[in-house]
Design a binder for this molecule. Structure first.
Ligand SMILES: [Zn+2]
Length: 436
């Protein structure tokens, strides 16, 4: 560890209680994608108070680039909830209607531009309320029924705000520009595109993102860096609009939307394997019909496809759309397809990955692991990464490994809060190294 590393470590460790309190507050008030109005308003407040140049709402998210935005009615209900739960009144108006991105900018003269990305949304998972679940035992489990920070994004926000505080304190030593990007709606890969479409990654030289990770057996906290490969994916909903009819008297007068949906499900899974690429398809939900003796008039499916190349994903998407439309045609039910989310493949820039490992190990004194293995999940960080890499910049997405309780996206999920301190050390340390 060098002098800079010691200084950053001491400062970050001194913030531990503040970080824990911040994370626990966010954990108590989880919000779903595009509804993070309390969260975003408080982030904007904090960055403003710290002295950042702050962009909020429509200045951050391109309206048409947003995917999977809830209906107006839900957004208004969530706006009122956020107000009741202590949102900042000044910024709440700006994020109203599902414009829940926030960017803090720190300009420190000539030099490269570094973007740090933090995702902020929670999941539609009910949180465990038993004594064996630490957040429940300590009184900071979710107070929003059916919604939970079950992927650690509460920790990501906290790390982002802690990083903001330290970088502001160290600004005299930075040469360049820092952009702290707080991104809504990562779950379902819905939010990143709108920020990239707005041009916020144009001219960025380095982009970094991280995710809390690990498992109950993770021996000691560490920063993990691998190839950063993610799968390309498309998320979409299929609607069949048929016609109801009495199931006994005159079924022939109906148009059976459930039959169209069932035909679609079986044939989506029947899309042939790909000889040259990895592909996946999943139908996650099917809702249809209103009663036993009525021909089902409406049906809705939630579907996703994935591929280990953009071309493979496009192949799956086109095939799936054709299957969906043909199933509707077969039973004379109109087929409507709504795009709900998308992400591309990406990978880490080898130079920046090596630099993260070297800086974390040698300068910051953190344990590091080189992670092996291919792509498994999808992340809309890929939009940030691909934009920056396509203009000659570098990207690295790393894992902030800590001991976790329960699997991701599960009611029992919890994480070791030591990761908050390590996350701040990593982001601050890397920014200082890149903008020295
Ligand atoms: Zn996540």
């Amino acid at each position: 560890m060098d002098e800079l590393g010691k200084e950053i470590r001491t400062a970050a460790e001194g913030m531990r209680e503040e970080l824990v309190a911040c994370r626990r507050d966010l954990h108590h008030y989880p919000e779903l994608g595009w509804c993070e109005m309390r969260t975003a308003s408080l982030i904007a407040r904090r960055l403003t108070d710290l002295g950042y140049e702050v962009l909020v709402g429509r200045d951050v998210c391109d309206e048409t680039g947003r995917m999977g935005v809830p209906d107006e009615e839900i957004l208004e209900r969530e706006y009122r909830r956020a107000a009741a739960e202590g949102a900042d009144p000044e910024f709440l108006e700006q994020v109203r209607g599902g414009f829940t991105g926030v960017i803090g900018i720190l300009r420190c003269g000539e030099g490269p531009v570094v973007a740090l990305r933090f995702d902020i949304d929670a999941l539609p998972v009910p949180e465990a309320q038993g004594e064996d679940h630490l957040p429940a035992r300590e009184g900071f489990a979710s107070c929003n029924p059916g919604v939970m920070h079950a992927c650690g994004h509460d920790a990501h926000i906290t790390i982002g705000l802690g990083t903001a505080k330290l970088l502001m304190q160290m600004k005299n030593r930075l040469h360049g520009t820092v952009k702290l990007i707080f991104q809504p709606a990562e779950e379902g890969v819905r939010g990143a595109k709108s920020i990239v479409d707005k041009g916020h990654l144009d001219g960025v030289d380095y982009v970094l993102g991280g995710h809390m990770g690990g498992n109950p057996d993770t021996a000691e906290p560490a920063i993990g860096v691998g190839n950063g490969n993610t799968l390309a994916t498309t998320k979409f909903d299929i609607y069949y609009h048929g016609k109801p009819a009495h199931a006994g008297f005159c079924p022939e007068l109906g148009k059976n939307a459930m039959l169209a949906a069932a035909t679609a499900v079986l044939n989506l899974y029947a899309i042939p394997r790909h000889g040259a690429a990895g592909t996946q398809v999943n139908v996650g939900t099917l809702h249809a019909g209103t009663g036993r003796n009525v021909v089902a008039a409406e049906a809705k499916l939630e579907v996703e496809v994935r591929g280990n190349s953009a071309a493979a994903n496009r192949h799956m998407q086109e095939y799936a759309f054709r299957v969906a439309r043909a199933a509707g045609e077969m039973h004379d039910c109109g087929c409507e397809i709504r795009l709900m989310g998308a992400a591309d493949c990406t990978e880490n820039s080898p130079e920046l990955s090596a630099r993260v490992l070297q800086v974390c190990r040698d300068r910051l004194g953190l344990s590091c692991v080189e992670m092996k293995g291919g792509a498994s999940g999808s992340e809309d960080y890929s939009y940030f990464s691909e934009r920056v890499r396509s203009q000659g910049g570098q990207s690295c997405y790393f894992s902030n490994l800590v001991r976790c309780a329960g699997p991701f996206h599960n009611s029992q999920f919890d994480l070791d809060e030591v990761g908050l301190v390590n996350g701040v050390i990593t982001f601050v340390g890397m920014t200082c190294d890149l903008l020295k």
